[in-house]
Design a protein around this ligand. Structure first.
Ligand code: 4NP
Length: 156
């Protein structure tokens, strides 16, 4: 079982998008029984508000025929570090915030999603940019690269 936790700041825009996109990609490959995927945020305010997936993320997923279930924001916990094999952040700020919560990345589990591509970079936050199309393209590029990384390393 490959356990993946996507992490962003609020856990309502980028990390649930990656969560649903990767879930769909592995379903298309009939690999859903090999993966456990979840997402979380580094801030707790959306968990306190019981916030679901942002409208803009749901809209772009629908436009691209990516099925999704409801997901309620939760803050990453220290115990997530042990449990998950891959902790995949959206930007460098997320990585600093994750390490503040879980401690140092001793097992080298924490990367940005686009670090798996040939063009490592942050995924901009559509909460601020309003550009969910750009975020979606980056998320698809990153998830495809992540699956290639797993294949190349005989991890799936
Ligand atoms: P996300 O975007 O980290 O991609 O989920 C944000 C969502 C909500 C907030 C910030 C970023 N917020 O301040 O509530």
């Amino acid at each position: 079982m490959i356990k993946v936790l996507f992490v962003c700041l609020g856990n309502i825009c980028r990390s649930p998008m990656a969560h649903m996109v990767l879930t769909n990609m592995i379903r298309e490959r009939s690999l859903e029984n090999n993966f456990e995927i979840d997402s979380a945020g580094t801030e707790g305010y959306n968990e306190l508000n019981h916030a679901g997936i942002h409208f803009g993320t749901k809209k772009i997923l629908k436009e691209n025929s990516v099925p999704f279930s409801e997901h309620y924001s939760r803050k990453i916990r220290k115990s997530d570090y042990q449990y998950y094999d891959f902790i995949i952040a959206m930007d460098m700020e997320n990585i600093v915030d994750i390490e503040y919560i879980v401690g140092a990345d001793r097992d080298n589990k924490i990367k940005r999603l686009l670090d798996y591509t040939n063009n490592p970079r942050n995924i901009k936050d559509p909460w601020y940019t309003g550009n969910f199309e750009e975020t979606y393209a980056d998320v698809v590029e990153g998830c495809e690269a992540f699956l290639k990384y797993l294949e190349k390393n005989n991890l799936m």
